[in-house]
Design a protein around this ligand. Structure first.
Ligand code: IFM
Length: 486
């Protein structure tokens, strides 16, 4: 392992901009992206195992079979986190490790070996002084549930709640925060409409059913976590979009409304207000009558929420499309002839923005972080917010045991400043999780995109701490952004 052995010093704590005392600094990963050990200790396949093993689905034919081998190397990884001074680690639990025989009708037996892995992980984190934050679902649905309908089926939400209760019951004595779902937008629309994520279906009506059943899974799961771990905090993580247009026509503003509805309000409204936005139901009426919403579902979804996790990477700029001619499709969510924008694909387009882009092709605008946090705060005063993901992929190279990833450091500096702007304007943001701790399996892009602050050589599993990690460690140590250098 190549790492800097000395603990970094506080970067300009006395001269920089300080974060509130107690601000939680962390990094995040997800099970399928880092663990590997795909067939070990009783784990059965998830939809991502099936999808990644289907030729042509993932760049380079990559799979998560081995990934970062975090399943075996988590102690070494925790030691790096500790050296960096990180206060918290957000990881996800792989459902197929916990109840590998789950079916639509029954959760099946609990796999003690699977639970033990996470229990030991939690213990090791706590021993290192690092607080675990547990995501219960980060996209690795057991394949058996997909075979029975996946998120288009109500049974999936019901089984999810039972699974959540098992995990919260086993870890809730040591874990303070459980996040029910990560980015249900991706699970629903990329999984079931555009098909660029597992399970790779391209059925717009199914995507809307998935939206609802994911919302239901959150509500049922939140209640289940509270039953099993009454002192834990329940959170939900959404990839909210900062949507805007540079157009001036009414149709351009309507494009903003449509995208805001499909990406933000269709999740925020049921969870925080107990209703679906009427305009989204109208926009999608030609695709689905939403008859999968049963009486009482909205009350089940509208559970008290302790924390809203906000993931932000890139701005979303839209404009009206008249439905003819070639369309600008730079929405950053993978190439597909099928659109994730159910019911609106024929009315909107995503123009390419000038300026800096990450290796994902995502444009960079840190203002979106401030705007999003302030918007959610304005609309939900009193709701605690945590940035549960933010980060960037760049083409990193290891030279003489070091990775000089200046662009990532610049991205982080600007986005942390934007978080602080929101805090200073009154948004109750209590923590920040950098995506990602390690380079990892970036879904349809396989290992070709590197988001980590720790480089992984996939041939040798050698970890190399990047310069951005050392810079971040300085921020963490000082609880402050360094003063700008001249
Ligand atoms: O890698 C993903 C993560 O799994 C979910 N949020 C976005 C990240 C970068 O694409």
């Amino acid at each position: 392992m190549t790492t800097t052995e000395e603990r970094p010093t506080a970067a300009g704590a006395s001269t920089g901009r300080a974060f509130p005392p107690g601000f939680v600094w962390g990094t995040a990963t997800a099970a399928y992206q880092v663990e590997g050990a795909a067939a070990e200790d009783g784990r059965t396949p998830s939809i991502w195992d099936t999808y990644s093993h289907t030729p042509g689905k993932v760049s380079g034919g990559d799979t998560g079979d081995v990934a970062d081998d975090h399943y075996h190397r988590f102690r070494e990884d925790i030691a790096i986190m500790k050296r960096l001074g990180l206060a918290s680690y957000r990881f996800s639990v792989a459902w197929p490790r916990i109840t590998p025989q789950v079916s639509a009708d029954s959760l099946g037996p609990v796999n003690e070996a699977g639970l033990r892995f996470y229990s030991v992980l939690v213990d090791e984190l706590l021993a290192a002084g690092i607080e675990p934050a547990v995501t219960l679902y980060h996209w690795d649905l057991p394949q058996a549930l997909e075979d029975a309908g996946g998120w288009t089926s109500r049974a999936t939400a019901e089984r999810f709640a039972e699974y959540a209760e098992v995990v919260a019951g086993a870890l809730g004595d040591r874990v303070r925060t459980f996040i029910t779902l990560n980015e249900p937008w991706c699970s629903a629309y990329l999984g079931y409409a555009s098909g660029v994520h597992a399970p790779g279906r391209t059925e717009p009506a199914a995507a809307l059913a998935a939206v609802h059943h994911l919302n239901l899974a959150h509500g049922l799961g939140a209640a289940a976590v509270r039953r099993a771990a009454p002192t834990a905090r329940v959170a939900l993580t959404l990839n909210l979009a900062w949507v805007r247009t540079e157009g001036t026509a009414d149709a351009d503003h309507d494009a903003v409304r449509r995208v805001d509805g499909l990406q933000n309000r269709v999740f925020l409204d049921p969870v925080l207000r107990g209703s679906y936005p009427a305009d989204v139901l109208a926009d999608t009426a030609a695709v689905s009558d939403w008859s999968f919403v049963h009486e009482g579902d909205l009350q089940l979804i509208h559970q008290p929420l302790d924390v809203l996790g906000v993931n932000y990477y890139s701005p979303t700029v839209v404009r009206a499309w008249d439905g003819s001619g070639p369309r600008a499709e730079a929405d950053g969510h993978g190439a597909s002839t099928h659109s994730p924008w159910v019911g609106s694909h024929h009315l909107i387009e995503f123009p390419e923005l000038p300026g800096h882009r990450t290796a994902m092709g995502w444009s960079v605008d840190a203002r979106g972080m401030t705007e999003l946090l302030l918007r959610v705060h304005r609309e939900n005063p009193g709701l605690e917010l945590v940035v549960t993901e933010n980060g960037a992929a760049y083409e990193d190279v290891v030279v003489a045991g070091q990775v000089h990833d200046l662009e990532r450091t610049g991205y982080l500096r600007d986005h942390l400043a934007a978080v602080l702007d929101a805090v200073e304007a009154g948004a109750p943001v209590t923590g920040y999780y950098l995506w990602s701790f390690l380079d990892n399996f970036e879904w349809g892009y396989g290992f070709s995109k590197r988001f980590g602050i720790v480089h992984v050589d996939y041939a040798t599993q050698q970890r190399t701490v990047k310069d951005s990690a050392l810079w971040y460690a300085g921020v963490v140590a000082g609880n402050a952004l360094p003063a700008p250098t001249a």
